[in-house]
Design a protein. Structure first.
Length: 266
């Protein structure tokens, strides 16, 4: 690695993984740490978080773990304060938390609609609300929010609440980027497509392919022009660029990581 984040403090929210492999959060935490960042890795599950912490520490890099429920305002406040207490500041905030549920407007319940928006969108507001004042006081920072191609187009499944919430993340990022640009805070969004992350085995195959992982992977690959499926590392490298000083003149925009899927017209 080249030390592109040397000396930076990165708060990665959703740094665990639902299973073995490269989820977006685990990949962001590991790659940011390998690039020199002091990583404050947060997740709701200690079981999901521990392998991330072990991986980073085994490579001799710096990480501190913390449990946080992003749907609870007091928990988010405590997380950001714990990062400040541990490392003195927050230079980079990466919001990875997210999850989908099937259902169109006529099928999904109002309760599930509300839960999806809270989990996927309001969580981004909560973390940003707490972190931005610290960034302003420190003279700047970078926020990278992870959305989804579901927030920009139909991706093969009716999941209206997830799609709406991820579209909201993109708009939230654009507005926040413009507002806080004079404070030297950049805000950008990574928009991953249909990656092969541990979520495929843990949840999505059961929801969409009767538990047949290979069938779901084939369905997803059929939508991707490139001849392979990416994983969380592809999301993480995009986030790394946007968080680094290499992207000093990049704010209020989206970096799509989908193998060309959204460029297709079919």
């Amino acid at each position: 690695m080249t030390g592109r984040l040397q000396g930076k403090v990165a708060l990665i929210v959703g740094a665990g993984s639902v299973g073995p492999g490269w989820g977006n959060g685990r990949a962001c935490a590991a790659i940011f740490a390998a690039e020199g960042a002091k990583v404050f890795a947060a997740d709701i599950s200690q079981e999901a978080l521990d392998p991330t912490l072990e991986l980073i520490r085994s490579e001799g890099n710096t990480v501190e773990g913390h449990l946080c429920d992003v749907t609870d305002t007091s928990s988010v406040k405590a997380m950001v304060q714990a990062c400040i207490d541990q490392f003195g500041r927050v230079d980079i905030l990466v919001n990875v938390v997210g999850g989908s549920r099937r259902g169109g407007a006529a099928e999904i319940t109002e309760e599930e609609w509300t839960r999806q928006l809270d989990f996927n969108l309001t969580s981004v507001y909560r973390t940003s609300h707490e972190a931005i004042p610290h960034m302003i006081a420190a003279g700047g920072g970078a926020i990278v929010n992870i959305a989804s191609t579901s927030g920009t187009r139909w991706t093969g499944s009716p999941q209206v609440a997830y799609a709406s919430s991820k579209a909201g993340v993109i708009s939230f990022s654009r507005v926040t980027a413009v507002q806080y640009a004079p404070d030297n805070i950049r805000v950008n969004t990574v928009v991953p497509g249909q990656l092969h992350t541990p979520m495929v085995e843990a949840r999505l195959a059961g929801q969409r392919a009767g538990g047949d992982v290979d069938k779901l992977l084939a369905q997803r690959q059929s939508r991707i022009p490139l001849a392979f499926t990416g994983d969380g590392r592809d999301t993480a490298y995009a986030a790394l660029f946007l968080a680094s000083d290499e992207a000093r003149f990049v704010t209020g925009t989206e970096l799509v990581v989908d193998g060309g899927m959204t460029a297709r017209c079919d």
